[in-house]
Design a protein around this ligand. Structure first.
Ligand code: ACM
Ligand code: ZN
Length: 467
C-alpha cells in the first residue's frame, strides 16, 4: 500500500472492505497534535486521534486511499509527520492570482498534508493588500507600468490587490484544512512599491518606481528613518489583525547596503551601536520589527540573508534558501528554529530541467552542511516557494508546482526510512492522473525528469529574454 505522503506505518490485516468513509471516531490519549490511526476492517473504519487536526489527517488519508485504490484493503495505519512546518509559498506580488485560483492550489496542497501557506504579498513589483491605515499604499503601490520580466512581457500596466474580505476568505479556506497562513511583508529591501508611495523613506529621498523587471534593487528603506518604521508597524498592525496565526514573515533577503553606507541617519545608528558592518544594522532593524510583533504575540521568520550580520535575535526563525549553509547550520546547532527551502531543488519557478522532480524528492534536510545533532533538532520543516516573475497565469503556476510539490510534501511528512523514489513515482503517476481529471494542470510525466540535452536547453531558454 503506497500513498503520498507515505504514512509512518501500514500493516495489512487481510481482506477488503466496501466502505469508503470513516465510520467511527475514537479519542486517543497521548497522541500528538497531528498523529492519527486508521483501522480499516470490513465491518467498519475507525479513526483514532487526540485532536480535530489528527482526525482531519485521518480523513485526508482515507480519501486518498479511496481515490487511488478501487478496492480498499483492510489495514491498520499509524501516522505522524516528520516535520511540524510543511510549507508552500506563493508569490502574489510579481503576479497576482484570484481567490479561486489560490483555493485550487491550497486544496491540492492540503490533500498531501501541507500545513503552512506562506503568502508573499509585497515586493518591488507590487503591494497587494488592502489597508485601512495606508490606502494610498494599496492604491499606488499595487500598480506598475508594464511587465518587462525575462519570460513575461506586456506593454500594459499591471495592477491588483486582495481586498480584506478576500484575504479573510482565504484564511477561512485554509483554516478548514488546518493550514496556517503566514503573510510576508518583505523588509527593508524588496520594498520599491512602498517606497514609490513614500520616497521620503529612502536614504536619499529620490523618487522610486514600482519595478517592472526581476532583480535586486538598491532602493531600500532607510534604517535610520523613525517614521518609515512607524509606517511599517502600521502595516504590521493590520496584518496581525487579518491573519489570526502566531507567525509573520518579515523577509530580510537581498538587501544591498550601498545607500545605507552613504546615509547620515543610518551611519548615526551604526555609531550609536559601535557597529562597522552594515549587515549588523540590518539585524538591528529586523530585531526592532520582530520585537514589535512579539509584543503582539507573534513569532517571526526571516530569510537566511539576515544571518550575514551579528546579533539577530535568537527567537527569530530562519528560512534558508541559498548561500551560507554553514552560517545557517551554526545557528541551528545553537538552537535557532530553521526552515529549509533550498534553491536547488525546491524553487519550483525554475524549469523541471533545472530542478527535477527526482532532485526534489531526493533532497534530505539533515544533509545541510555543518549541521550537528542539535542542529537537526532545530530543523522545524521544509518549504517550497513559487516566485512569479515568469508566471502570469494559473495554468503555468499549477504546471510548475505539481507534481514537484507532491515530492516536497513527502520530504515534509514521511519518515526518512520510509522514503523510496521508485515507490513514490509509481503511485504519483496515478495520483496525477486523478488530479488532471479534476482539472489541475499537472505537468506531463515526460517533463518531470528531462534528459541532459533537454535540461541544458530548458536552462538556456529560461535565461534568454523572450522577444
Ligand atoms: C529569495 O529567493 N530572495 C528569498
Ligand atoms: Zn538611511
Amino acid at each position: 500500500m503506497r500513498l503520498i505522503p507515505q504514512p509512518y506505518n501500514i500493516e495489512l490485516t487481510g481482506g477488503t472492505t466496501q466502505l469508503r468513509e470513516i465510520t467511527k471516531r475514537e479519542n486517543a490519549s497521548g497522541f500528538g497534535e497531528e498523529e492519527y490511526e486508521l483501522i480499516i476492517k470490513s465491518s467498519g473504519i475507525t479513526a483514532r486521534a487526540g485532536t480535530e487536526k489528527g482526525f482531519f489527517y485521518a480523513d485526508v488519508t482515507m480519501k486518498q486511499i479511496v481515490s487511488l485504490y478501487g478496492t480498499v484493503p483492510c489495514m491498520k495505519i499509524y501516522d505522524k509527520p516528520r516535520y511540524q512546518h510543511r510549507g508552500f509559498m506563493i508569490d502574489c506580488a510579481r503576479h497576482i492570482f484570484s481567490v479561486d485560483e489560490l483555493k485550487k492550489m491550497i486544496s491540492a496542497a492540503a490533500d498531501v498534508k501541507f500545513n503552512k501557506f506562506h503568502w508573499h504579498l509585497s515586493d518591488d513589483q507590487g503591494f497587494r493588500i488592502e489597508l485601512e491605515a495606508l490606502p494610498e499604499l494599496t492604491e499606488k503601490g499595487s500598480v506598475r507600468d508594464c511587465d518587462s520580466f525575462i519570460n513575461c512581457k506586456s506593454d500594459k500596466p499591471y495592477s491588483g490587490y486582495f481586498r480584506k474580505e478576500e484575504i479573510r476568505e482565504i484564511v477561512s479556506f485554509c483554516r478548514a484544512r488546518y493550514i496556517d497562513v503566514i503573510p510576508e511583508i518583505d523588509m527593508p529591501g524588496h520594498q520599491s512599491a512602498f517606497l514609490h508611495v513614500y520616497p521620503e523613506f529612502t536614504c536619499k529621498g529620490d523618487a522610486v518606481k514600482v519595478k517592472t523587471t526581476q532583480g535586486i534593487f538598491k532602493d531600500i528603506i532607510c534604517a535610520g528613518n523613525k517614521e518609515a518604521k512607524e509606517y511599517l508597524k502600521k502595516i504590521l498592525d493590520e496584518i496581525c489583525e487579518l491573519f489570526p496565526y502566531d507567525t509573520v514573515h518579515i523577509g530580510g533577503d537581498e538587501v544591498p547596503k550601498a545607500n545605507w553606507k552613504s546615509c547620515e541617519k543610518c551611519s548615526e545608528i551604526m555609531a550609536e551601536n559601535g557597529l562597522s558592518d552594515y549587515n549588523d544594522l540590518q539585524c538591528i532593524f529586523i530585531n526592532e520589527m520582530a520585537g514589535y510583533l512579539k509584543n503582539k504575540g507573534k513569532n517571526c521568520i526571516v530569510w537566511n540573508d539576515c544571518l550575514k550580520g551579528k546579533g539577530l535575535s535568537p527567537e527569530i526563525a530562519v528560512q534558508h534558501w541559498q548561500k551560507g549553509p554553514e552560517r545557517t547550520s551554526a545557528e541551528a546547532n545553537k538552537g535557532r528554529k530553521t526552515i529549509l527551502s533550498p534553491f536547488t531543488p525546491f524553487y519550483v519557478d525554475y524549469p523541471y530541467g533545472m530542478h527535477t522532480l527526482k532532485a526534489a524528492y531526493k533532497y534530505e534536510p539533515e544533509k545541510l552542511k555543518g549541521l550537528d545533532s542539535n542542529g537537526k533538532e532545530s530543523i522545524i520543516g521544509v518549504e517550497s516557494p513559487i516566485w512569479t516573475e515568469h508566471i502570469n497565469n494559473n495554468d503555468r503556476l499549477e504546471y510548475m508546482c505539481f507534481p514537484r510539490w507532491f515530492a516536497v510534501a513527502e520530504c515534509a511528512w514521511t519518515a526518512k526510512s520510509n522514503k523510496s523514489y521508485n515507490e513514490f513515482y509509481e503511485v504519483l503517476v496515478r495520483l496525477c492522473s486523478n488530479y488532471r481529471e479534476k482539472g489541475l494542470n499537472i505537468a506531463p510525466e515526460k517533463d518531470w525528469n528531462p534528459s541532459v540535452v533537454t535540461r541544458l536547453a530548458e536552462t538556456v531558454k529560461f535565461f534568454i529574454p523572450k522577444k
